[in-house]
Ligand binder design. Structure first.
Ligand code: FES
Ligand code: FES
Length: 161
């Protein structure tokens, strides 16, 4: 056991725990950041995806000891002072969810995709969605939302967020 000080959504949070404690458990149970969901617990469904630095990672497979100095971003930290992030807005405008269980992870995965590929091809979008399961099967709206977010990010001053 030791104290870990992690940067989460722009603020420093502390936790006294073992190095092998799973980050998803800390986010949800200690810090009440419940946007990242527990689905399979095996790195297969993507429901727990957060950003580690700029990389989308399954928080159910990440230990506190592996985080190091990299920032954790959860869906709770995505909106800015001006309101929803463009990816959040696109998902909401196009109704790209039903139950919403997969949505925070899908949105964070999209943010990561658009940072690397600001104008993604359909194949790149489908590749990014590969690790995300939606049990409501709303994939076509999700793909259209990603395309709309890419257009909006490319069109305005928010590019690169
Ligand atoms: S809960 Fe982490 S990938 Fe499924
Ligand atoms: S909207 Fe229900 S799991 Fe994707």
């Amino acid at each position: 056991m030791r104290e870990y000080r992690l940067r989460v959504n722009g603020t420093i949070r502390s936790i006294r725990t073992g190095s092998d404690r799973i980050v998803l458990s800390v986010l949800r149970e200690e810090w009440r950041l419940t946007g990242a969901k527990y689905g399979c617990g095996e790195g297969q469904c993507g429901a727990c995806t957060i950003l580690l630095g700029s990389e989308p990672v399954p928080a159910c497979q990440l230990t506190i000891g592996e985080v190091g100095k990299r920032e954790l971003t959860t869906i709770e930290g995505l909106a800015g002072k001006d309101g929803l992030h463009p990816v959040q807005r696109a998902f909401a405008e196009l109704g790209a969810f039903q139950c919403g269980f997969c949505t925070p992870a899908m949105i964070l995965g999209t943010v990561a995709l658009l940072r690397v590929h600001p104008h993604p091809t359909r194949a790149q979008i489908e590749g990014a969605l590969d690790g995300h399961l939606c049990r409501c099967c709303g994939y076509s709206r999700i793909v259209r939302s990603i395309e709309r977010a890419a257009e909006q990010l490319g069109a305005g001053p928010g590019e690169g967020r």
